[in-house]
Design a protein around this ligand. Structure first.
Ligand code: THU
Length: 132
């Protein structure tokens, strides 16, 4: 199994933990750290809908909280079973840009395995607001 396949397996496990009683849209993310650990995240919704946290940000915030260095993450896998291909929301794209490695890759998969995509941060957010 490649590291990318391993990460996607972990993203699927995370999606199983999604707290999404309002949308019923499960999303899981798995982030590879510089020392080879995998940190998972899932979407966590709230009755005040705007307080919802996406899986991608949950994984990044968990990793930072656990002591992994901002900017050190080279790969994230994202999985969502309720759509053909999951694509990170705009808010997450800005956060990915700030907290992942400059050359990081984001691998996204939904129910259509043939539609799986790998994006660079530049592809996800071209011309981003970026002070660095
Ligand atoms: N969501 C994610 O967790 N990641 C994405 O890339 C897109 C959307 C969540 C937010 C909300 O809980 C649900 O999916 C429906 O938008």
């Amino acid at each position: 199994m490649t590291i990318e396949e391993h990460l996607m397996e972990q993203a699927k496990r995370a999606a199983d933990r999604s707290y999404s009683p309002y949308s019923h849209f499960h999303v899981g993310a798995a982030l590879l750290t510089a020392d080879g650990e995998v940190v998972q995240g899932c979407n966590v919704e709230n009755i005040s809908y705007g307080l919802t946290n996406c899986a991608e940000r949950s994984a990044l915030f968990a990793a930072i909280s656990q002591g992994h260095a901002p900017g050190s993450f080279r790969v994230m896998a994202v999985y969502a079973p309720n759509v053909a291909l999951i694509s990170p929301c705009g808010a997450c794209r800005q956060v990915l840009l700030e907290l992942m490695d400059r050359g990081a890759l984001v691998i996204c998969q939904g129910s259509d395995l043939a539609a799986t995509r790998t994006w660079t941060l530049e592809q996800l957010l071209p011309g981003a607001f970026d002070a660095f």
